[in-house]
Design a protein around this ligand. Structure first.
Ligand code: ATP
Length: 222
């Protein structure tokens, strides 16, 4: 059975979610109070509707409670975002994801029961800052305030070592979960796997341990 999603607010974030969901082959209802946005999405989403989401009867008439997942991507109008989330909750929507503008907004959203709260600008900012700061970090994904997954490029210092030689888990408390080597991806590499210069190591651990590893193993010889 196909899952049904509704996206409220078709700015850059909501619009991108809407397009990607459609590409994934799921049914999406796109809602915005701005007619020009709705026209833009009329040929993309399964249904595109003009409506003010802070109006309860609009949400009821759209049958919003029947959707599996509603994404609230109203940006600047924090009051409208909170009110919409509250009504979606009261109407019994199963899963609600909301874009938060700031920490206060997030606090209120979590109090009223939003299931997932996202901060796309803040998260992307952190991700880019990590890449800029370290030339060996290709990508960064925050798992919690203290844990992350990073993609680190192996240099000549690591070249020729097996995972057991480096004993990264014992020495640094982190784990290499996969190695990308050109087009190949080695998932859960064995202890005898030999690292090559240019391999991309996908490493999971605490931020402190990851930093220690990156500095010691990769930066020392530069
Ligand atoms: P982005 O950064 O994702 O482009 P933004 O954070 O600047 O967006 P806005 O442009 O303020 O966010 O809002 C996103 C969309 O939500 C807009 O297209 C706006 O018309 C729509 N929107 C705002 N309030 C409501 C509402 N009450 N009901 C329906 N749509 C709304």
């Amino acid at each position: 059975m196909k899952k049904e999603f509704a996206v409220i607010g078709l700015g850059r974030f909501g619009g991108s979610i809407c397009r990607t969901l459609v590409e994934e082959g799921v049914e999406v209802m796109a809602i915005d109070m701005d007619e020009s946005k709705v026209n833009e999405f009329a040929s993309i989403a399964s249904h595109a509707v003009i409506g003010n989401a802070t109006n309860e009867s609009v949400l009821k008439n759209l049958g919003i409670r029947n959707f599996d997942h509603v994404i609230v991507a109203i940006g600047e109008d924090i009051q409208a975002s909170i009110l919409t989330t509250l009504m979606l909750k009261e109407l019994g929507v199963n899963k609600i994801t909301v874009k938060a503008q700031n920490d206060y907004h997030e606090k209120v959203l979590s109090k009223i029961g939003a299931d997932f709260i996202v901060h796309p600008e803040r998260d992307m900012g952190k991700r880019i800052a990590h890449k800029i700061v370290s030339s060996s970090v290709l990508d960064y994904l925050e798992l919690s305030d203290e844990h992350s997954i990073v993609e680190i490029v192996a240099n000549e210092k690591l070249h020729g070592n097996t995972l057991i030689d480096l004993d990264i888990r014992a020495n640094y408390g982190i784990n290499i979960v996969a190695i990308k080597r050109e087009k190949e991806v080695i998932v859960s590499p064995m202890a005898a796997e030999v690292i090559q210069n240019g391999d991309i190591l996908i490493v999971i651990g605490s931020d402190e341990d990851l930093n220690r590893f990156e500095k010691k193993m990769l930066q020392q010889i530069r």
